[in-house]
Design a protein around this ligand. Structure first.
Ligand SMILES: [Zn+2]
Length: 301
């Protein structure tokens, strides 16, 4: 259980899902304890943005992190690949405001990381083992973590459209092999009738059938269909792992999500970050009450 980085520098280019602009991405090895750090190299003075709960800047549609007004958008699929393969430290250079969307999944990033190779470092890994359950509810949506010896995930989504409907995955132990086999290839998805509104809002400019599962009125519009019958809920788990990566620790606990998304995931991440800080400082955590969210902290966190 020692920290890991990549063995060699590796690059790729692609199109930003939201900006529609080409970007170059370079992954570099990084020293132990440095974590995952994004670097905007297109600016006169490159800006470093550590991937932490404190730099989270937006969760609508995708996860963005930032320092001041400098942001990097759509970080979650790359972060999911890093978390899934157990890479603790890396320097991620990007010459634009968004990580390339690639095929809409984490599989191309897994391919890149595998090609770069893994380097095991001398420092022990940070782990965050929850000792008491945490639950966050927001109407009919909820996220909860209970103590467990390893990271386990149960996830359910429920969409009105019968093309998705209710999809549920129960109590999966998330290790490297499971991540690569079950989740890395699951693509992001969107609805054809919402594209116009997204474009008007300046979003999804780079979205296409090459990088998004697009749902029409009565069918999936992508020629090859789905990669898994329940690709949608699998992608939600992928997003969850990318959001958890902001913690900079290996999480031990059973996470159960009902109708989740980035915003709900990040509320759990914020609560876990409080636990992590408290554990390091040895102090007690006070009850957390984010606005408009009923948070039940059962016993001491
Ligand atoms: Zn996603």
């Amino acid at each position: 259980m020692r920290q890991r980085t990549i063995a060699e520098k590796i690059s790729c280019t692609g199109i930003g899902l939201h900006t529609g602009k080409p970007v170059q991405l370079t992954l570099q090895p990084a020293r132990a304890e440095s974590g995952i750090v994004f670097v905007r190299t297109d600016l006169t003075h490159p800006v470093e943005i550590p991937a932490t709960p404190a730099t989270l800047s937006r969760t609508h549609l995708a996860t963005a992190i930032g320092c001041g007004d400098v942001t990097v958008d759509t970080v979650e699929h790359l972060l999911a690949a890093l978390y899934g393969l157990g890479i603790d430290n890396a320097r991620i250079e990007v010459d634009g405001p968004e990580i390339p969307g690639m095929d809409g999944s984490a599989a191309p990033f897994v391919f890149l990381l595998r090609a770069a190779g893994v380097f095991v470092q001398g420092t022990p890994r940070r782990t965050l083992a929850v000792r008491r359950p945490i639950e966050i509810r927001d109407g009919d949506r909820s996220i909860r973590i209970d103590p467990a010896r390893e990271l386990r995930v149960s996830y359910a989504i429920d969409f009105e459209t019968p093309l998705i409907g209710r999809q549920k995955l129960c109590d999966l132990v998330i290790d490297e092999a499971c991540f690569e086999r079950e989740f890395a290839r699951a693509r992001t998805f969107g609805f054809a009738d919402q594209v116009g509104a997204l474009w008007q809002a300046g979003r999804a400019r780079g979205a296409s059938l090459d990088n998004t599962v697009v749902l029409g009125d009565d069918r999936v519009l992508n020629r090859g269909g789905l990669r898994f019958p329940d690709e949608f809920v699998r992608h939600k788990v992928l997003d969850l792992l990318g959001d958890l990566a902001l913690l900079g620790s290996r999480v031990r606990g059973h996470i159960r999500v009902e109708r989740g998304g980035h915003s709900l995931h990040q509320k759990l991440v914020a609560a876990l970050a409080r636990v992590s800080i408290a554990e390091r400082s040895g102090s007690e955590v006070r009850a957390l009450r984010p606005q408009s969210i009923r948070l039940q902290a059962m016993g001491r966190l």
